[in-house]
Structures are given as C-alpha cells and as structure tokens.
Design a protein around this ligand. Structure first.
Ligand SMILES: C[S@@+](CC[C@H](N)C(=O)[O-])C[C@H]1O[C@@H](n2cnc3c(N)ncnc32)[C@H](O)[C@@H]1O
Length: 305
C-alpha cells in the first residue's frame, strides 16, 4: 500500500494506530476458520428491511465477502469494501464460485476513504468490522451514502458465557457428554499458547491493544443522526463438527493471532498448536455450536424508524 498510508487519516485508539497488516495472512483461513453467522440471518434481514432483489448493499469491512455474498440474492447489487487485498481477492473468487459475480463488486479501500465514488445505497452492513474504524468519521460518511429511509445494520456474534461444552478427560473418552460427539476446541489452552508466543498483551497489526477494541457503537451511531436501533437476535445453536484444520484456521483468522505476527516462528507455533489439539481430541474432531447473531438496525431518518 505504498503511498496510501499518508493520505489515510490515522485512526488511533489507546495509543494503538491502525495499519494495513491488521489481518495480514488471515484471508485464506477466514471463511474456513470463523464460525458462520446464524443460518436465519438473511431471512430476518430480508423481512425486516423489505428486501426484494433490488436496491444496493454496501458491506463495509467485508472480509472474504461473508455477508455480501450471503445477501447478494436479496439485492440488485452488492459492494464489498475492505483494505486487505487478500480478503478482497477471496471475496471475488467466492462470488464467481457462487454465480453472483455479475451483481457483486469488490473495492479495496479503508472505510475512512469512503464515499470513494461508490454512489448511494439502500443498506449498509458492518459485520464485526466497525470497531476497527474511525467510527465517527465513517458513521457520518455512510449516513450521507444511504438513501432516505435506508438502513445501517451492525452485526456481531452473540457470545454467551458458554457457547461450547468443555469436557473433562474422562468425559472426552466417553464422547457422549452433553450430547456432543466430540470435545470442544480447547480455547483457553490455545489462548495460552498464543500468549506464550506473542506476549501477554493483545496484538493488532504492528501495535498492541491493551484494552481491546472500543465498544459503545450505539452512542456513535446515534450521535451521527441514525434513528433506532431495533435489535434482532437470530438464534444459533446448531451443532458443528470441526476438524483440527478448521480450528487452526480459526486461530489464524484472528487479528490477535494473524499469521504475520509469528514471523519466523510461525511453523513452530502451528506445530505446537496441532500438538495441543491432538492432546485435546485424539480423533482430531471437535464439537461447537453456531453462535446466535445479533443485528442492530439503524435507520437513516427518524420518520422511517
Ligand atoms: C473480523 S473481520 C469481519 C469480516 C466480515 N465482515 C465478516 O463478518 O466475516 C474485520 C474486517 O474488517 C476489515 N477492516 C479493518 N479495518 C478496516 C477499516 N478501517 N476499513 C474497512 N475495513 C476494515 C478487515 O480487513 C477485516 O477484513
């Protein structure tokens, strides 16, 4: 991204500054590693937003096209925006694979660079991406890109205290506890291994985020003049069988353990991770549930809310 960083407005939080290595190397792992959104999400959005196959969607921080691709049949055109070149490439490939390339467009840009001549939209979605942005700036810009009555939808996993079942060694041997055929991925042990390699403070790009990413997006969106929100919880809970490769992909899909962070010790880390997973499940299979998905719908004008 030579020359781009200068024209990009710096986004700084707690001394951490956004840089373009944030998800470097994660894209090939993303679609496989991340747990899916709740399967009913597209149906709920179609109903709530009256989607009829027309209109335009912008998916800001689209990653490998997760949401834009799912929602493509509900719009005339979808535009995915993401600064990570590999994410955009994955999205483009998958659009061809799914036969929706004719109605999908992928733009490599930061949200802070919008509107970028992309025109006006019926719906804007931010799925687990808004917290990486200069939110006041982006909210104001996107509001100007939405048609009157249009909607901004903020989407995230609803993480309950326990979305999986952690089982003891004897229970693992029994393999039937809680109706789960396999043990849960050993999330705590994996987090410990990542800390061992990368240090105790959460890494992000070239910096660290001691207090994580900012919350409180409701105040930001209300401050930008959006009306609402209306909250919709789409139930998850479906049982998934995950392989060790899936769990490894999940780890590398995270900004806090993205491949680039391990440098020359990446292969060593992956070998340790796979050893840990083998210790947790001799079969190499894991059980996990799809998290519920939380969608907050904000309207572009008060009359429509
Ligand atoms: C956790 S991923 C979410 C991807 C996708 N929306 C999903 O729900 O699966 C966050 C994405 O936001 C992108 N991102 C990070 N900072 C951004 C920014 N300032 N502007 C636009 N996208 C950004 C990252 O490159 C990454 O692809």
């Amino acid at each position: 991204m030579d020359g781009q960083s200068e024209r990009w407005r710096a986004y700084v939080v707690d001394g951490w500054e956004w840089d373009d290595t944030l998800f470097a190397g994660s894209a090939p792992y993303y679609a496989r590693g991340r747990l899916p959104y709740a399967p009913g999400l597209a149906g709920v959005l179609a109903e709530v937003l009256n989607l009829d196959g027309h209109g335009r969607l912008i998916d800001v921080g689209c990653g490998p096209g997760t949401l834009a691709l799912t929602l493509a049949p509900l719009f005339g055109e979808v535009v995915g925006v993401d600064p990570d070149a590999e994410m955009i490439a994955e999205a483009g490939r998958e659009a061809v694979e799914l036969g929706v390339a004719d109605r999908a467009r992928w733009v490599r840009a930061r949200a802070e660079e919008l509107p970028a001549g992309l025109g006006t939209f019926t719906v804007a979605v931010f799925a687990q991406s808004f917290h990486w942005m200069d939110r006041d700036l982006v909210a104001a810009t996107v509001k100007g890109m939405l048609r009157p009555g249009g909607a901004l939808v903020h989407i995230s996993d609803l993480k309950p205290a326990e979305r999986t079942v952690d089982v003891t060694a004897e229970q693992t041997a029994d393999r039937t506890v809680g109706g789960f055929p396999h043990p849960a991925p050993p999330h705590e042990a994996v987090a410990g291994l990542v800390r061992h390699y990368l240090g105790p403070v959460r890494r992000a790009g070239r910096g660290v985020l001691p207090r994580g990413t900012p919350g409180g997006e409701a105040a930001v969106l209300a401050g930008a003049g959006f009306a609402g929100p209306h909250r919709h919880v789409v139930p998850g809970g479906q049982l998934l069988e995950r392989s060790a490769d899936d769990v490894v992909a999940a780890v590398f899909s995270l900004s806090s353990s993205a491949p680039h962070l391990f440098g020359t010790r990446r292969a060593l880390f992956e070998a340790d991770l796979r050893r840990l997973l083998r210790d947790a499940s001799a079969s190499g299979r894991f059980s996990e549930r799809v998290p519920s998905t939380e969608a907050f719908v904000w309207r572009n004008d008060t009359a429509a809310d």
